[in-house]
Write a protein that binds this ligand. Structure first.
Ligand code: FE2
Ligand code: FE2
Length: 173
């Protein structure tokens, strides 16, 4: 993408607003993950969530620093998408009484969140590059890689959980 100088300020404004939304997103995920850990029955799944909670807390700190560097404070902007994904996850968990089905539901919901984060950080990384902010672009790239890895680990756990789920409860009509 080519940018003209008059577009740079508009992109910078958009970038900062999106960074503030990413901060709100990470804070909400950090708040939601302890419930996901608590609701998991598969030990591998609980471990994956626990490890990603640690990473998520680091994401909060990193994005907070980037927002502070760009604006002088660490105020957030509401990320409506993550609120909707978390509300939907909570509804799905309530509906899934059988433990293995609940694990599958938790993985599905968590992967929707990871895919959203992957889209957010892919965009932010590219915008940081366009704005010539190489340090921020590198940090965003490292967060992006952790989100991709979290998504992959959830797929790996899903293989185990899916095969141990009771077929009659998982797929019966
Ligand atoms: Fe994250
Ligand atoms: Fe994540």
């Amino acid at each position: 993408m080519k940018l003209f100088s008059e577009n740079i300020e508009d992109l910078r404004t958009l970038y900062i607003t999106s960074l503030k939304k990413a901060l709100d997103m990470e804070q909400k995920i950090a708040k939601a993950l302890p419930t996901m850990i608590e609701k998991s029955t598969d030990p591998q799944l609980a471990t994956a969530f626990r490890n990603h909670l640690t990473e998520t807390q680091q994401h909060v700190a990193k994005v907070q620093t980037m927002v502070r560097d760009a604006t002088g404070d660490d105020s957030t902007s509401t990320c409506k998408a993550i609120s909707a994904l978390i509300t939907e996850a909570e509804d799905n968990i309530k509906d899934a009484a059988e433990p293995s089905i609940r694990d599958i539901t938790l993985i599905a919901s968590a992967q929707q969140v990871e895919h959203h984060e992957i889209a957010v950080y892919g965009t932010l990384r590219t915008w940081a590059e366009l704005l010539g902010q190489d340090g921020a672009a590198n940090t965003l790239e490292s967060i992006l890689e952790e989100e991709k890895n979290a998504d992959k680990l959830l797929s790996d756990v899903a293989d185990t959980v899916n095969t141990t789920a009771e077929p009659r409860t998982a797929y019966s009509r």
